[in-house]
Design a protein around this ligand. Structure first.
Ligand code: GAR
Length: 218
């Protein structure tokens, strides 16, 4: 049975698009049950609707506080009965109380080699720190911002003359296959979250899966 994905996105939606394209191409055994955004003008919602999928804006300003917004959002998500919630450029903090019951059923893609550069402006911060290597991570979502167990990473060189825009564009081209490959592993039942961390093929992983570099994605 294919993996039911609910996608959360705040903006452009290129990661959502590669998921949709892979499903259409038959290279990802999943279905997207809907897209949700905190912004009515998110391009991600347009992409979902263009694919014939339900797409909703649930805007924080329509609620009295974060908890009320979280409960509305997660109530809607639960009604769609996803197997996995995928944060693909979702730029809002989510409260611990709604996350607690969803451990191992929600992932996020973040543009850095976590635990380095949690939060915003990761590319500029990597440049400012003089990093020679940067990249992206897919991790399980916990109440700690960008702090949940890391499943997989893609490493990207920082090149002489890079600015944040160039580095961001290079990382994005690696984010897309990273997210797809991670979803394939989850869809195949090869990756799960246990109390002691991420398990791959039934054994506790000794570190994040590395896209391409170490060929641990097969
Ligand atoms: C991606 O680079 C993703 O890693 C990042 O937002 C971008 C969304 O792009 N996410 C975060 O920064 C989350 N902290 P997209 O809308 O084109 O998929």
């Amino acid at each position: 049975m294919s993996l039911r994905l609910a996608v959360l996105a705040s903006g452009r939606g290129s990661n959502l698009q590669v998921i949709l394209d892979a499903i259409t191409a038959g290279t990802l055994d999943a279905e997207v049950v809907g897209a949700w955004s905190d912004r009515g003008d998110a391009q991600a919602l347009v992409r979902a609707r263009d694919a014939g999928l339900p797409a909703y804006a649930i805007r924080p300003r329509d609620f009295t506080d974060r908890a009320a917004h979280d409960h509305a959002l997660f109530g809607a998500l639960d009604a769609a009965a996803p197997d996995l919630i995928v944060c693909a450029g979702y730029m809002r903090l989510i409260g611990a109380d709604v996350l607690a019951s969803r451990a191992g059923r929600m992932i996020n893609i973040h543009p850095s080699l976590l635990p380095a550069f949690k939060g915003l402006h990761t590319h500029q911060r990597a440049l400012d720190a003089g990093a020679t290597e940067h990249g992206a991570s897919v991790h399980y979502v916990t109440a700690e911002l960008d702090g949940g167990p890391v499943i997989a990473q893609a490493r990207v060189p920082v090149l002489p003359g890079d600015d944040a825009a160039h580095l961001s564009a290079r990382v994005l081209t690696h984010e897309h296959p990273l997210l797809l490959e991670t979803l394939r592993w989850i869809a195949a039942g090869r990756v799960r979250l246990h109390e002691d961390g991420v398990h791959v093929d039934g054994r506790r992983a000794d570190g994040p899966l590395q896209l391409a570099a170490t060929r641990r994605f097969a």
